[in-house]
Every structure is written in C-alpha cells, then in structure tokens.
Design a protein around this ligand. Structure first.
Ligand code: ATP
Ligand code: MG
Length: 377
C-alpha cells in the first residue's frame, strides 16, 4: 500500500523482501531478495537508496546502527525503531515522561509473578518484550500455577518478558501521527479498534468518545512522536478504562488501524508516511465522510478462493476491497474492506457485508437486515 502511494508521487522504491510471494514484492518494480536480519542485504539496499524505511519492526537494531554509522539515512532512525521493538523500553520511557501506562514490570523470574498479582490482582498479562505481533507473544493468565508455568517455560526459552495488569477496558483506540524530520506533525482522527484473540478485526473513525478524551489521546500521541523523534507514521495504541487512557504500545510505521485512511481521509497514512520521511509538506488528515469503517479479512481453517468470490463482493455499493495476494494461512490478515457512511453503523454494515461475502464459510446469501444501507457514501 506504501508502493501504491509512491506510484502517485513518482517516487521510486527499491524493495527488500524475503520472497517474490510477499504482497509488496508482487507489485514492486524493483525487488531484491534477502532477509531483514541480513547485514549484507540491508547494506546492498542502502547503497542504492537515498534513505531506508520499514514496514515492520523486526530489523536487527545493531544492523540499523551500523548503517547509520556508515552514513546511510534511516527514517525512522535506529534509535526510534529500537523503542518500537521493545515493549519494555517503551513502557519505561513513557513512564519516565509521565505518560499513562498500565501497571507493569519486567519479569526476570517466574517467582516474581505472585507479588505482582498480589498488588494488581488476576488475571495478569504476560508479553514477550520483543518479536510479538497480532497477539503472538501475548498471554492472559488467570491463576498463579498457569502463569508461573508459562513464564518459566518462556524464560527458559530465552524470551524476554514483561508482566502487566489485565486492563478491563471499555474501548481500544489508536492515534496515528505523521512526523517529518523538520518537526511537521499531522494527526489523524482517533480510531476505535475491535480486537479478538489479539488480532485487530475492525477499526472505525471517528472513535465514539467525547472531544476532551479525543484531545487527550491526540496529546499523548504527539508527545510520544516528539519524544521518540519519530519520522514517518507512528501509531499509538491506547486502552480506555474507567474513563481514563492508558498507552498499550506503539508502532513506528503505517498501521492496520490506519488502513481506513486510504479512502476515508484526504491523505492516506501511506502517502503521509512517504511525505514525512521525505520531509515534504504533510497532507490533510481530515475524514472525507462523517464516518469510516474497516473490516479485516482474516483467513480461517476453511479453504477459500478469494478471486472467485471477488465479483459478488464488488457488487456491494460503497465497499472498497483490498486483497493482499497472500496465501490463506489461518489467522493471517489477507485483505481488508473499507466503507464510508453517514454514521459508524452504516459504514460498518457496508464493509461487513462485503467482507462476509468474501470470507464466510457458507456460500449463503446476505439477509435483508445485513444489506448495506447505501446512504450515499
Ligand atoms: N494489559 C492488557 N489488558 C487487557 N488486554 C490486553 C492487555 N494487553 C494487550 N491486550 C489485548 O491484546 C491485544 C494485543 O496486545 P499487544 O498490542 O500488546 O500485542 P501485539 O501482538 O504486539 O499486537 P500488534 O498486532 O498490535 O502488534 C491488544 O490489542 C488488547 O486487545
Ligand atoms: Mg498491538
């Protein structure tokens, strides 16, 4: 999706991918194959490019520092990426800055869990400090024996762990900020996300929260963007619990919660990522409709031929369908659908209708009450 944005701006991109099957590699005009963990692959890429940017965080911090030391420009920088890569570093930094985070601590020994739970109660959430995504690396444990056994296994396997209080949240929110090296900031309307099993299922904007809370969320996100010296898009994931905001984690790249910006906002997160890292003027983040909704297409155990289902989903008026050309492995995000609407329900109904036509296990027909409202958006 970043490449789609780069095409409009006639900005050439050289892509490093691990295989030609990767979504971006299927469309990029200039692909080299190599792992993000390979110093040689990154060095060869850096020599051909005026700057490097990233669409995931799993790049070795040492390699990034070496590239910077050799005079290459990384946006975001090695230091900024190091913060995004480590939930423990993030928590510690935000806490030092006086920003709100859930109660947490680094977990060196499984035996320390009992004391943490005495102070904060059960369940607790164990998280791999590094390497997790889509809920892989997040475990909710509701009793001492389960938590201690799990933590002992993970620590023995060398997984760096944090433990945090389980937050009984009313909503999950995300704020996307584009930041350019000269300090320019563009903030997107607060998004509300719905997660299940640690995976984002849906996102809607604007979030149904009052303007004061939205302002607080935006202030937290812009403070973080400046504190970590962000370049490009960052996403700040927040919990709303007891009417108060807590920071969950950040990503220093275009993020799933911002996919709805492609059709929903004046400038997509992908275009603003490029504008920001190139230090060009940032584009307006304004919503183009009263509401925008995005539904992820997540593969299940059932074998589904998306291309053959595409035409009937395309018949849903107002649904914008994105297929990533990925192999259907259970739990994998293989596409998304965005819709705009006069309100969140209308936008969601349109997006869900098309998503169901693509992904539902039974080739059923859509019932009358599931039909999109077609309210003009
Ligand atoms: N302390 C907590 N209390 C309650 N739920 C939590 C807590 N931490 C995480 N979760 C739930 O688990 C989800 C995944 O957690 P988190 O964002 O830390 O994991 P991740 O695998 O790094 O996610 P991502 O896919 O965003 O990279 C959250 O979006 C939230 O729904
Ligand atoms: Mg997350």
């Amino acid at each position: 999706m970043t490449i789609q944005a780069a095409i409009s701006l006639a900005t050439p991109i050289a892509l490093l991918a691990t295989s030609h099957d990767e979504s971006a590699a299927q469309i990029a005009p200039d692909v080299s194959l190599g792992r993000a963990g390979s110093p040689e692959a990154l060095d060869a890429l850096a020599r051909r490019c005026s700057m490097l940017t990233f669409d995931h965080e799993q790049v070795d911090p040492g390699i990034m520092r070496d590239l910077e030391a050799a005079g290459h420009t990384l946006r975001p920088s090695a230091r900024t990426m190091a913060i995004a890569q480590d939930k423990s570093l993030q928590r510690a930094l935000f806490q030092r800055e006086g920003l709100p985070v859930p109660p947490w601590q680094q977990l060196q020994r499984a035996a320390d869990l009992a004391e943490f739970a005495r102070s904060h109660g059960w369940p607790v959430v164990l998280k791999a400090a590094r390497g997790g995504y889509d809920g892989r690396g997040v475990w909710v444990a509701d009793s001492q024996p389960t938590a201690a056994a799990l933590a002992a296994d993970l620590l023995a396997a060398g997984v760096p762990l944090i433990v945090e209080a389980w937050v009984p949240m009313e909503r999950e929110l995300a704020v996307l900020v584009a930041r350019s090296p000269s300090g320019g900031l563009a903030v997107y309307p607060v998004v509300e996300t719905v997660q299940a099993g640690g995976i984002c299922r849906e996102a809607v904007a604007p979030a149904s929260i009052d303007s004061e809370l939205a302002q607080q969320a935006i202030e937290i996100a812009t403070t973080i963007a400046t504190t970590i010296d962000a370049a490009g898009i960052i996403a700040v994931e927040l919990f709303l619990a007891g009417g108060k905001l807590l920071i969950n984690e950040i990503a220093t790249r275009p993020h799933n919660s911002g996919h709805l910006s492609i059709e929903g906002c004046c400038t997509s997160q992908f275009e603003n990522h490029l504008r920001a890292i190139l230090d060009w003027p940032l584009g307006s983040t304004e919503l183009l409709a009263p509401a925008a909704a995005m539904v992820n297409l997540i593969a299940t155990e059932t074998a589904i031929e998306l291309p053959s289902r595409l035409p009937r989903a395309l018949a849903v008026k107002g649904a914008h369908i994105h297929l990533y050309g990925k192999e259907m492995r259970p739990g994998r995000k293989v596409g998304h659908v965005t819709a705009l609407g006069a309100g969140i329900e209308a936008a969601l109904t349109t997006a869900r209708t098309a998503a169901a036509l693509l992904m539902e296990e039974l080739e059923g027909t859509i019932s009358e009450d599931q039909r999109p409202l077609n309210d003009g958006w």
